[in-house]
Write a protein that binds this ligand. Structure first.
Ligand code: PDD
Length: 284
């Protein structure tokens, strides 16, 4: 059974979740002035830790904030948190902390807030797949920063849920950007296509891993702009993220995608991904 009061990390201390507290003046609370990471943990090992750290550094640079800890310091704190933990994911959040008052100006002096906790993974929608709708990407123009300001994503996800489907696939100026909390792959004439990195989307760690696996195993794949019309013609559509791995989209905008069932390319990539995970779990 999941422990509902696990140990968490807060500003250098390890304490039970129900004792972890931050100030109401924390800029994360007042302004969503912070960034985060979600890191899968298999067999007590973080998957792609250095990639997650590099993205965290890039997000911090994007909000003009130096990393409050070194990579080694952060890693050893997280390692202590995941001791004995089997398959879970780590949530890590860094905010610009409490500067003593509510002021829009970025303060010169502040003590950042660093918080991390583990949560159970799954259960995952695998071949049962999910349904999605396309929605106008109403978010800001710095979507490559993994900002804790997720209201745009949340409203889009809710719009999808209200339409009776699981996820929103976002479209900006006629091109697919990403999912409300995932990256998008489409199989077009036998080639996997995912939108190129840039300010319109989060550079997903799972996305990169899939491109890497595709390259290694001769699966035709490319990063290219993905027009909405092309998405509607796709033989397969997948959504990817650290917490949901690779999920086939079986219905888009009320119409079946391809055969309406999890396709052979998804099956192949999912096998490669599961094999990669199994190796990571055993420390290889
Ligand atoms: N989100 N795009 C968005 C907007 C996301 O929120 C996520 C993941 C991704 C996929 O990134 P990655 O493969 O690195 O998980 C893409 C996490 C899981 C979350 O907010 O919980």
């Amino acid at each position: 059974m999941a422990n509902d009061n696990p140990m968490v990390y807060l500003n250098g201390r390890f304490l039970p979740l129900d004792q972890a507290q931050v100030s109401v003046l924390d800029r994360g609370f007042l302004f969503a002035d912070g960034v985060y990471e979600v890191i899968p943990v298999y067999g007590g090992r973080m998957l792609r830790w250095s990639e997650h750290w590099r993205r965290l550094e890039a997000s911090l640079a994007g909000i003009h904030m130096p990393p409050p800890l070194t990579m080694i310091e952060m890693e050893s704190a997280l390692q202590r948190l995941i001791q004995g933990v089997y398959d879970q994911y780590l949530y890590l959040q860094i905010t610009r902390g409490n500067a003593g008052k509510r002021d829009h100006n970025i303060p010169k002096d502040y003590i950042p807030t660093v918080f991390a906790m583990c949560s159970p993974i799954g259960p995952l929608p695998r071949e049962t797949g999910i349904k999605a709708v396309t929605l106008d990407d109403i978010r800001w123009k710095l979507c490559h920063i993994k900002s804790i300001a997720l209201l745009g994503n949340i409203l889009l996800r809710q719009q999808a849920l209200d339409q009776g489907v699981n996820e929103a696939i976002l479209v900006r100026d006629g091109f697919v950007t990403e999912g409300a909390a995932s990256n998008v792959f489409a199989l077009l004439d036998g080639v996997l296509v995912t939108p190129p990195k840039g300010p319109d989307l989060l550079p997903g760690i799972t996305r990169d891993l899939i491109l890497e696996l595709a390259h290694k195993h001769d699966v035709p794949a490319k990063e290219a702009p993905l027009p909405l019309e092309a998405l509607h013609q796709a033989q397969e559509i997948w959504l990817t993220s650290s917490t949901r791995e690779i999920v086939p989209v079986l219905e888009l905008d009320g119409r079946p995608v391809g055969s309406g069932r999890a396709g052979p390319s998804w099956r192949n990539m999912d096998e490669l991904y599961q094999a990669f995970k199994a190796r990571a779990r055993s420390g290889q």
